[in-house]
Every structure is written in C-alpha cells, then in structure tokens.
Design a protein around this ligand. Sequence first.
Ligand SMILES: *Cc1c(COP(=O)(O)O)cnc(C)c1O
Length: 428
Amino acid sequence: MNNAELFARAQRVIPGGVNSPVRAFRAVGGTPRFIARAQGPYMWDAEGRRYIDYIGSWGPMILGHGHPAVLEAVQKAAADGFSFGAPTEREVELAEAIIARVPSIEQVRLVSSGTEAAMSALRLARGATGRPMIVKFEGCYHGHADALLVKAGSGLATFGHPTSAGVPAEVVQHTLVLEYNNLAQLDEAFKVHGDRIACVMVEPIAGNMNFVRASLPFMSLLRELCTKHGALLVFDEVMTGFRVALGGAQSLYAEQIRGFAPDMSVFGKVIGGGMPLAAFGGPKRIMEQLAPLGPVYQAGTLSGNPVATACGLATLAEISKPGFFDALAAKTQSLVQGLLAAARDAGVPMAGDSEGGMFGFFFADHLPQNYAAVMATDKERFNRFFHAMLERGVYLAPALYEAGFVSAAHGDDDIAATVAAAREALRA
Ligand SMILES: *Cc1c(COP(=O)(O)O)cnc(C)c1O
C-alpha cells in the first residue's frame, strides 16, 4: 500500500489516522508518510522513498536509528523478559546514570512518558509545598495533563483558559500562564501570587515553539523569585535533557549563572533512546514525599520497564563518550549555518539557532523570543519549504513551531545534501 492508501485506511480506524496529532500533517497539509523502517540518519516510507531524518522520533534518536550497541542491549533485555512488575537492577543503574550526569538530582523516579513525568512532578511540587498554584509559559509544552493544557487569561488577575475540550475551567483555575522571556510580567506575578505558587515549570530552551532560549536575565530572575517566595523551579528537560548537553540545558545555565540549579527536573525522549521511558527527579527531601515514603501518590505498571531501561542505559553510555556532544554540536551548527547561507543567497529572510543536537530556523529577520513572535513568522513560506524539502528527501518537522534534531549518525555528506536541497527549495 502507498502512503495515501495507508492514510485512508488509518483514518477509518484511528481518529485522524494518527496516534499523536502532529503526525497528521495538518499544519503543513498533504499526506503523512508512513514509515516502514529506519537506519542511521535515514527513514524509508511505505513507498520505499528514503528521507534524511531531522525529527529523530521528536528527539530520542540521538544516535540515529538502529545503533548496534543499543540494538544488542534491547535484544538481550527482551530475551530476559518484557516486564515483571517487580524491581530490577537496571532501574537502579539508570537512576544512578541520570544522577551522575545531573548534579541537581539526588533521587529520580522512572515513568513511561514525558506527559506522565511532568504531571507527576507537578503533583509532587504541590504536595511538597502545600500550595495550589502553578506557573507555566505560553508556547511551552509539558505533555497533556489537564492542568497544563492552558492558555493565558486576560491579565495577571485572571487564570488560564483550557486549550482542550474536556478540561473543566476549575481544573486550570490554579494555572497561571505567562509570556516567555517577559521579566516584568514574571516579577508582577510573584508580587501578586508569590506565597501561593507551588512551582514554575519551564522549558529552559523551548522546543515546542521551534527553538527559543530562555534569556539569562529571565532565568536569573526566575531562580531568584522562586527562591525568595519558596516556589519550586521545575525544569522540563524532556526535550533538552541529554540532547543539548550531557548535563541538560541546566548545565548550560549553571555555567553562566553562579550556583544555578533547578529544584526539580523532568526527563524523557533521549533517556529512553526510542523506548517509552521518562523520569522526574530532584533533591531527596522533595523526592521522599512520594509514595511509598510520603503522602504524594504516583505509580505505574510499566514504570522502569526492563527493555526500556536497557535501551536508555545503552544510549546514555554512547552519548557519554568523550567528545560526543562537541561533534554533535559542530554538525548541528554546520547544518544551521548552511541553511542560513542558502537563505541569504536566495534573498529569503531566515534566522536560526542550535545547541548540541537540537536546532531551529525561522522565516524571519530575527530570532523570536516568545510564542507570539514565533507564530508571527512566515507560515506560508515555511509550509512551502517543508514540502519542497520533503520532495527532495529531507524530512523536517511538519510544523513551524517544532524544533529539529540532528543525530550522531548524520554524516557530513547528509548535511551537505540537506543544504543543497535547501538551496534548490529556497530558489523555487
Ligand atoms: C515531548 C515533551 C513532553 C511530553 O512527552 P511525551 O513523552 O510525548 O508525553 C513534555 N515536555 C516537553 C518539553 C516535551 O518536549
């Protein structure tokens, strides 16, 4: 069956034909590609067409597809059993591996998805502080827990509105949504609500509005206000963790802000290496509030799954080899520089940025600093560019508000082929 036939068949039995909305290509139009297999930096669709993959399963595939060491670890683990519902040594090893790489974490709990990790971190933050309110930023995505599906209300006095049907207004009445990188608004929010805020959850480099960094002054102020008012600063590093640097985005802020650390962190994507695995962690005094030690309930039948932990451990071992992130960052930078040069030569305004193996580009003169600015970039041009690249065998994220990902398996020839395709696409 070809892609169109598969999509028609899928739409009969799966809502919209997909199990996660962005895969349906609604933002860019056209027929989604049904992927048959993948190897290294490439994916092949149902029609046998090859694509250079810059989605990498939305981040997890940092080593590329089918890395031999990871594949071997997964096959061995699968032979020993899929799931036990009892503790295993590998869970301990993965917890130790995460803690060893992220200094702000003393204890960690493993779960199965980023959504679950963020939702649990939120409950823990509320339980540990005894406060109801949470703060998030417009354009940051933390999974689809009810309390996090919120858009900004009108002004600081009013709380958010649900962004999804099925979420009662009461459920989001304690969620305050602020503008990313807006220092004055943050300051004002703490002035008004400071002693009721349990936590502020933030993507330190926002990858769900393409690629937007939290500025240093913004992050410094955020840390300062949380500390002053007794609120927990929760870093959602589901995307950035083990992707922009071995120690996550928090290691980059720690290099530039003295003594910087978040209070809690949320991980996913890369730590599962493509298997359903995520985690949340922090200092012992907070983590000990979780059941069975403390009053905050949290559980999971498949949590710490033995095959998923094997995949995560093998992935972490590979990315911890000396020079891994330097090489990945250089490759990603050369891709972004190539795209920008191609745009310049074609007379098309483009701005771009990257960190480690994560990148973003915008059809705009400057890098946007918040969600509204991202959504004001040239969408028509992005959609045309997306399809022109797809036709040329380059698979970029199918929406202008998504980040891109480079893997260690991408070769210089793949980057060069991508830039060459971009030159053609931008001229057309
Ligand atoms: C992907 C993502 C999530 C949700 O993770 P799922 O595994 O898709 O539930 C949460 N936060 C961020 C920052 C993400 O990028």
